[in-house]
Design a protein around this ligand. Sequence first.
Ligand code: CU
Length: 99
Amino acid sequence: MRKIQIALLVLSSFGFLGLAWAEKACFEVQGMTCATCQLTVKAAVKKLKGIGEVNASLQEKNAVVDFDSQKINAAEIKKAIDSVGYKAIPQECKQNNKG
Ligand SMILES: [Cu+2]
């Protein structure tokens, strides 16, 4: 009985952690030409509230963002990327997308 309780506790805390950054948004990002562009995109997204891990890749021409869907949404993330001079196009997240 005790084992079951512990197992439930472990499962529910994993559930909680999972919920913290429940959503992942992936974008194609047009206009990045150098490493500074990557950093600019990353910084623009990072300063929003409700953002977890952010990865911007010049090579892949994309950005992968973990976010808390209670605080922010993909449209606002797109707006932040666009506002620093790039064009973010929401795309389906691929298996190998980091972030
Ligand atoms: Cu650049």
